[in-house]
Design a protein around this ligand. Structure first.
Ligand code: GLC
Length: 642
């Protein structure tokens, strides 16, 4: 049982639901674990004072938490795992690309309602350096709203309105690094030793050179290496991402305390889910790739356990875009099970779906999903097909090999397929951060462009357009039904194509991820009544699928997904089965030709018990010919068993 469940049990028995009494109870409940985690990072012999500081900080942070959020915390504990509900559907957006600023965003609440989304991930809205800022992931201040989005009051008004309207808000906490303009970095540059110790700074290149031997490069084209020399400071600083993003030094206990304070204060603005950005990188060790280290997990659990004491209604999302076996660990293992992040991006499913589209086969997808252990029962996924970042090809090499393919050649094929190196491919993506030293590259492009809509429209090729629309719907249909929070990237709900305007902006042109960060196309949205246009067909179908999901408890995440083997390599089938006997069978065909599967096993599962079942997607009955079910190219079928 994780700590959150323990708090729920204890609270049910509590005579008084006084927030302060419950805070004390939570602190007592988490204290042993907090202590163990803390001293495993910061040895007890030299850090008793620092631990004392942490213990004094927690009640202060609790006192400062707004009263209405303390009450919400209590109802969230009572409610249980709200984030596993079928009722939640998300949208991710850049405020300035959506409708100008925070006020503009608020005006669009009716649009969210119409589509059916009630969980928003707003990309960073805090202050950042002028010019390049990694889309705001170079943070000048964790709490100050950048004036281009509005004011702190606008944010508070927005979160109040969201609460009223039942919309959950997710904001980033860029926990691994600050910008070089952050107050700590500025002090470090001016020679302040204390703040130089907040980062990994070195007087010469000896230690950086050792680190470089094993550190992979994140942005090899634009920011090669992981250290930057700062002449004014006369020191090197670790900059794993861009040269203007300085990695925080968590071996320094003061950094942890300051960042915990920032985390709680961010939560106090009415945030429901905190996205822990780039959390795999939180701890560095020479001789390793400095990703996914055990100490990083300890640190995350420590943040989690402290936040839970102060603001138990707020949960964490792991942004760990790493190998499948590593992602699952961010839910916590052993003592930390269920005590790290409640949610993680299902980056494995995302990357495997793109692999299946290109290969038209689901073999690697099955192998990989079967290879990863089940997640803890109180945790869930964010399931998505596109986000603001690139698509990394994070597959397990040995599984590619088991299929008889060469991992390098296979990745090269995928890059060629998506990045316009193959004439016959319908995709119009771009290559991101190709590293000639390793042959690694990633893919950018909007979902619609990667799935052929851009090419189809340019060539006026009706069958290509039809195929791309079907693929778009099929992929979204899988993420809506997989179990977890489906997260749509704003614009994908209307099939928005690549946006090449970034090439003219000096602050963006080196980073082609901007090609998949388009302006929300309100003109097209105004014309969605034209039922024939591709945007309209995509929008209305998604809207219907979302409504179906929200109406059927079988879509909630009960950690109950099982893959079904059909013997047909083009097909993906999974079942979501409830103890009550209810079930949902999701079938999809990744091939350009119709495919058939044998059906006796579907009958055995009970889906035909009341005659031919209705496909929730088309509302048509599914029928069987000679014991075979035919699935059209890129068709998605949702069968429900009552
Ligand atoms: C995360 C963000 C990405 C950013 C990186 C560094 O991966 O999603 O956009 O570049 O962190 O902050």
């Amino acid at each position: 049982m994780n700590q959150a469940s323990l708090h729920r049990l204890l609270m049910a028995n509590a005579k008084k639901k006084d927030p302060k009494v419950l805070f004390d109870q939570r602190l007592a409940t988490n204290l042993t674990l907090i202590q163990q985690l803390y001293f495993s990072l910061y040895p007890e012999e030299t850090n008793l004072d620092n631990f004392q500081k942490l213990l004094s900080l927690l009640p202060v942070l609790f006192k400062e938490r707004p009263e209405h959020l303390k009450l919400q915390d209590i109802s969230r504990i009572e409610e249980g795992n709200w984030y596993q509900s079928e009722k939640i559907v998300g949208l991710q957006l850049y405020v300035e690309h959506f409708n100008k600023d925070l006020k503009g965003l608020r005006e669009k609440i009716p649009y969210f309602k119409e589509l059916g989304v009630n969980f928003l991930h707003l990309m960073p809205i805090t202050t950042r350096p002028k010019g390049e800022s990694d889309g705001g992931y170079a943070v000048n201040d964790y709490l100050k709203v950048d004036p281009k989005y509005g004011t702190k009051e606008d944010l508070l008004e927005l979160t109040t309105e969201f609460r009223k309207q039942g919309i959950y808000l997710m904001l980033d906490f860029v926990v691994n690094h600050t910008s070089n303009e952050f107050s700590w970095a500025k002090k470090a540059i001016r020679g302040d030793k204390k703040y130089q110790g907040y980062y990994y700074t070195f007087e010469d290149y000896t230690i950086p050179a050792e680190f470089e031997k094993t550190l992979p490069e994140v942005f090899p084209e634009t920011s090669p290496g992981s250290f930057t020399y700062i002449p004014e400071m006369g020191r090197w600083v670790m900059t794993v991402f861009n040269s203007y993003q300085w990695d925080l030094n968590y071996t320094n206990p003061d950094v942890f305390l300051e960042m915990l304070t920032n985390l709680v204060k961010l939560s106090d603005q009415g945030v429901d889910v905190v996205r822990f950005d780039a959390l795999a990188f939180l701890w560095k060790k020479m001789g390793t790739i400095s990703q996914n280290l055990p100490e990083a997990h300890t640190l995350i659990a420590l943040f989690r356990m402290c936040l839970q004491v102060v603001a138990p209604g707020v949960i964490l999302l792991a942004e760990a875009i790493v190998a499948p076996m590593d992602i699952i660990k961010y839910f916590g293992v052993d003592q930390k099970e269920g005590n790290e992040c409640e949610i993680a991006y299902n980056a494995s499913l995302m990357a495997l779906l793109w692999n299946s589209v290109a290969t038209k086969k689901t073999t690697l997808l099955y192998k990989s999903l079967l290879h990863v252990p089940d997640k803890p029962k109180d945790c869930t996924w964010i399931n998505y097909i596109r986000c603001h970042d690139d698509i990394g090809l994070g597959y397990e090499n040995h599984l590619i090999q088991e299929l008889g393919w060469s991992p390098d050649m296979h990745r090269k094929f995928l890059l060629d397929y998506y990045c316009q190196h193959l004439d016959w491919s319908p995709a119009t993506g771009l290559m991101f951060m190709y590293n000639p030293k390793t042959g690694d590259g990633r893919i950018t492009g909007s979902a619609a462009s990667l799935l052929g809509l851009e090419k189809g429209l340019a060539l006026n090729d009706k069958s290509l357009i039809e195929a791309s629309i079907s693929k778009i719907i099929m992929l979204h249909g899988i993420t809506l039904a997989f179990g977890g929070i489906p997260l749509i990237y704003a614009g994908d709900e209307i099939g928005t194509l690549n946006d090449y305007s970034y090439q003219k902006d000096p602050a963006k042109k080196e980073d082609n991820r901007w090609v998949n960060r388009p302006m929300q196309d309100w003109e097209t949205i105004a014309k969605l009544d034209d039922i024939q246009s591709p945007p309209s067909r995509i929008f209305h179908t998604l809207k219907r699928l979302i409504a179906i999901r929200k109406n059927e408890p079988v879509f909630a995440d009960h950690n109950n997904l099982s893959l079904c083997h059909t013997g047909n390599d083009h097909i993906l089938v999974f079942e979501r089965k409830l103890d009550s006997g209810e079930g949902l069978l999701v079938l999809s065909n990744f091939d350009q030709n119709p495919q058939v599967i044998e059906t006796s096993w579907i009958k055995k599962l009970g889906y035909f018990a009341q005659g031919d079942p209705v496909d929730l997607v088309t509302e048509n009955k599914v029928s069987i010919n000679s014991g075979l079910l035919e699935i059209a190219p890129y068709q998605l079928i949702w069968l429900k068993k009552s």
